[in-house]
Design a protein around this ligand. Structure first.
Ligand code: KG4
Ligand code: ZN
Length: 326
């Protein structure tokens, strides 16, 4: 089954063609990062205008790269939420137009569910039950997945998401936007032991909290105590990764899962990938970095499993900016 995936929930215009939820024929991404970097963060109105400019060229590139015609496609999968309303609308309307014109079935995909399915592009048959740590700019969720489409959210952040914390810490340290890759780059030349930062363990709960470590960093910078942004970046990265890894492994043990899956933009962080693999007694799956950050291959992969489960939507499908996973 050949599925066209479309993703425009935030600041990447992405289109992909994936076969049977596991084999990528094309994966095109037009990033707006340089445009938003000028403002130090995403400007929603600018994002939706850019999606309008980019969507047709990106669609044409994805179809050409996959050497696919409209007649070869079996369905369209599109992100309907969570995300920015104006951005989501561009992808959803494009998907509906294609579905109508070419009489193709359409399915609306939850962006977070899409992030999880990036793992099927690494290993076509993860062993259920699994625990998935989704770490993105807007979410930090620990999810128990007992089968396709079957999710129980075991823990989530009570304040900042992990990616949001990286972005805010980078701003505090003057390292630029997006913050995750900037912190990771700066940390290479730093030492994590020189600046001790606190960890919020929230004992007895699988939830997370990252606003405390961010505020601690801010206080140290305001107090003129930090002389090396590289040391501060390394300490911050280690504090966040320490909590993410420890809580994920604890939940995986508690629920006796067979595998741990990593997903979302922060999952492209090398320290997180390495620490989780090193500290987990349970096999860990991690998608390639380009499949961790926003892309449409993961949406097409998820769409395939939705179609297989009979989850076809009507053409009155609408976007849901606050869509929840479970
Ligand atoms: O999943 P994603 O691409 O978009 C959302 O759905 O939010 O995640 C974006 C987030 C941003 O906060 C970005 O700073 C963070 O992922 N990120 C990273 C890295 N690459 C992206 N955080 C830490 N280390 C990275 N290498
Ligand atoms: Zn995302």
């Amino acid at each position: 089954m050949k599925i066209l995936g479309i993703e425009t929930s935030c600041d990447e215009t992405a289109v992909a063609v994936v076969v049977d939820g596991v084999k990528i024929l094309s994966n095109q991404i037009a990033s707006q990062v340089e445009i938003h970097a000028r403002y130090g963060g995403i400007v929603p109105e600018v994002a939706s205008r850019q999606h309008i400019l980019a969507i047709i060229p990106v669609l044409n590139q994805a179809m050409a790269e996959a050497r696919t015609t409209w007649g070869d496609l079996d369905g369209i999968a599109v992100t309907i939420g969570p995300g920015l309303a104006g951005s989501l609308l561009v992808g959803a309307n494009m998907a509906k137009a294609i579905a109508l014109a070419h009489r193709l079935p359409i399915t609306g995909v939850n962006h977070l569910e899409g992030h999880i399915y990036a793992n099927w592009l690494v290993d076509p048959s993860p062993d259920f039950p699994v625990v998935c740590l989704i770490v993105s700019g807007g979410h930090t969720d620990l999810v128990l997945m007992r089968g396709h489409g079957d999710y129980v959210v075991l823990g989530r952040t009570r304040d900042d998401a992990a990616g949001e914390a990286f972005d805010k810490a980078a701003r505090i340290l003057g390292l630029g936007y997006p913050g995750g890759p900037a912190i990771e780059r700066a940390a290479i030349d730093g030492s994590a032991v020189s600046i001790p930062l606190p960890r919020s363990w929230l004992k007895g709960s699988s939830d997370f909290s990252f606003s405390g470590v961010k505020t601690a960093l801010l206080r140290l910078v305001e107090g003129g105590i930090i002389s090396s942004p590289a040391d501060a970046a390394a300490s911050f990265q280690e504090a966040v990764v320490d909590v993410l890894v420890t809580k994920t492994v604890a939940v995986a043990r508690e629920y006796g899962v067979r595998q741990i899956l990593l997903a979302g933009g922060v999952a492209s962080n090398k320290l997180l990938r390495e620490c989780l693999a090193k500290n987990s007694p349970i096999p860990v799956l991690v998608p390639a970095p380009v499949l961790c950050t926003d892309n449409a291959a993961m949406i097409a992969a998820c769409g395939y499993f939705r179609f297989k489960a009979g989850k076809v939507d009507d053409l009155d499908l609408d976007v849901v900016p606050g869509l929840k996973l479970a």
